[in-house]
Design a protein around this ligand. Structure first.
Ligand code: N01
Length: 523
């Protein structure tokens, strides 16, 4: 498609949960002239890319990991399982795009190669790799918090001659593991979801683990019609509840650990483990993520469970997490630890036996050689800041985002950046992102962005941007919250610690409900 200098009110980059809702809201509720662009071949964002076997929503799931604003949509979509599969989430987003007639305003397979701010015009011109140029008064970056794949750079990895896939860039055609020796690097949420599925089919799986992880049983199960009917009947109340309770609709337990004996606490952990999901984390006791002693008690409980499940004691030893429970993203699995009881699965602990190099047909570690036919990289993402830096927009006076964010991801509210007028981010650094239910978080952020736009237009103002002071105060505010917890003590993608050289900075807002109150206050 060739289009030159088309003028829009707003350009949206990305058509995942955030971008699709932004298109609907700005176009249909506010009457703006909007165009969305996406490098992918269809809607879905992260759900379009992450098609690896076993991919499922690993949060308090359906119907809450979904749009909340339209009761009709809630009524007409039947979620079948409590932990929605990737294919179902993608089908839902495709349905959403059709139902709200969004596809006609999205240009797929088109990357924005240049996004600038033109001070004189108070507009942002863009260029794409498809001979399309356009401009808009507002640029909405719904570019995804987990998009830019982290590719390990082991010596010789590019010489590996077998099939090689990153979980975040999984092929659309079915990948067959049958008869193959598969090496998997990475045991975060993606690896832990994929490994049990791969092991069911492959001849042999070797898991290369850098950090052993806490993972809880997902206990995925079908939804009953009665359950869905109940959710629908109570929808308005549930939605309000999600907004108030950090994205989760139900009351969480406010028990104080000190009021229970150790035996009573262990009995409670046991019960919550059986319930599965994230209950052990959110429904056990207040302070699991901030009180070291209590945190260690829960961590020890989970380690005990891993030991009970994994039959070989040496393998179990290697699987023992040694960081503070919950300070890396908590993982929900479907039979992950059980997988190590299979005869075709081996675990390599990279901390004692590091990878030295790849050959065309194997991974060579300090202690030996592991022949493989296929390599699966479940090595995660340059999270949150990475996708904005890939876009690398230019602000006032040609300031490039990579210059501004060289040492710190300064911004205001995770939504705006000083020096970048009229640019808005959905789930930017410092926004609640994965610490809140992302679809609802996107709706609430978009409502705020829409109100900013409305205000500017009503007041006949051309542009708005954050001040440097507001950014500095905001930085202090979100860090003060993070520092009340154990999160900053752990190397995780939340801290930017998974990417060599990335500035160490907590990348989220831990109190989602308070954050959205704050947005209203700022407005
Ligand atoms: O990525 P990760 P992910 N050599 O960064 C290891 C969301 N998500 O794709 O822990 C060896 O968590 C790395 O080791 P370490 C969710 O928010 C959601 O799994 O850094 N290993 C780690 O084990 C999640 O948190 C869902 O020491 C290397 C792994 O690779 C986020 O996405 C499903 C390495 C990466 O784990 C990211 O999850 C999946 C190297 N050079 C994901 N580099 C659903 O809700 C990295 N590792 C469906």
């Amino acid at each position: 498609m060739t289009e030159k200098n088309v003028e829009y009110d707003a350009i949206i980059i990305g058509s995942g949960f955030g971008g699709l809702y932004a298109l609907h809201h700005l176009r249909d509720n506010m009457g703006l002239n909007v165009r969305a662009f996406d490098g992918a071949g269809g809607v879905g964002g992260t759900w379009w890319y992450n098609r690896y076997p076993g991919a499922r929503v690993d949060a308090p799931s359906s119907p809450f990991y979904a749009y909340t604003f339209s009761k009709e949509l809630v009524d007409e979509w039947d979620w079948t399982e409590t932990q929605t599969s990737q294919a179902s989430v993608l089908a839902y987003l495709e349905h959403f795009a059709k139902r709200f007639d969004l596809l006609k305003d999205i240009q797929f397979e088109t990357w924005i190669t240049d996004a600038r701010y033109d001070e004189a015009a108070q507009r942002g011109p863009i260029q794409t790799d498809h001979d399309v140029t356009a401009s808009a008064q507002f640029l909405i970056c719904a570019v995804g918090a987990l998009f830019v794949a982290n590719m390990p750079d082991y010596p010789g990895i590019n010489d590996f001659a077998g099939e090689c896939y990153h979980t975040g860039r999984w092929p659309h055609e079915k990948v067959s593991f049958a008869g193959k020796r598969v090496g998997v690097i990475g045991t975060g949420s993606s690896g832990i979801q994929a490994i049990p599925e791969i092991a069911k089919e492959a001849e042999h799986v070797t898991v290369f683990q850098r950090t052993p992880q806490y993972s809880l049983p997902a206990r995925n199960r079908p939804h009953s019609q009665e359950e869905l009917a109940r959710f629908r009947a109570d929808w308005d109340e549930l939605r309000t509840s999600m907004r108030k309770r950090g994205g989760w609709p139900f009351e969480t337990n406010r028990r104080r650990a000190s009021e229970y004996t150790r035996e009573q606490r262990l009995a409670i952990y046991e019960e919550l483990w059986e319930q599965g999901g994230i209950h052990l984390s959110i429904n056990s006791f207040v302070g699991v993520i901030s009180d070291k002693e209590l945190n260690e008690e829960v961590g020890a409980f989970v380690r005990g469970k891993i030991r009970e499940i994994v039959k070989d004691p040496q393998t179990a030893d290697k699987l023992m997490p040694d960081y503070h429970f919950g300070t890396k993203r908590l993982i929900l699995d479907n039979g992950y630890f059980e997988t190590y009881n299979r005869p075709n699965v081996a675990l390599v602990d990279l901390r004692e036996d590091p990878i030295e190099a790849f050959t065309p047909s194997s991974v060579r570690t300090k202690n030996g050689e592991h022949p493989i036919d296929m390599l699966v990289l479940a090595t995660g993402f340059d999270a949150v800041s990475g996708s904005m830096l890939k876009l690398n927009p230019k602000g006032r006076d040609g300031l490039r985002l990579e210059q501004k964010w060289g040492e710190r991801f300064d911004n205001y509210l995770g939504a705006t950046i000083a020096g970048f007028p009229n640019l808005f981010m959905i789930h930017g650094p410092g926004a609640p992102g994965v610490f809140f239910t992302m679809p609802l978080g996107g709706e609430l952020t978009t409502a705020w962005i829409g109100n900013c736009i409305r205000h500017l237009r009503e007041q006949n103002l051309g542009a708005m941007e954050a001040t440097a002071d507001a950014e500095a105060n905001w930085d202090r505010e979100i860090n003060a919250i993070a520092e009340q917890t154990l999160y900053p003590l752990t190397n995780s993608w939340y801290m930017g610690a998974n990417i060599p050289g990335k500035p160490r900075q907590f990348l989220g807002h831990l109190r989602g409900s308070q954050y959205f109150d704050r947005l209203l206050e700022v407005a």
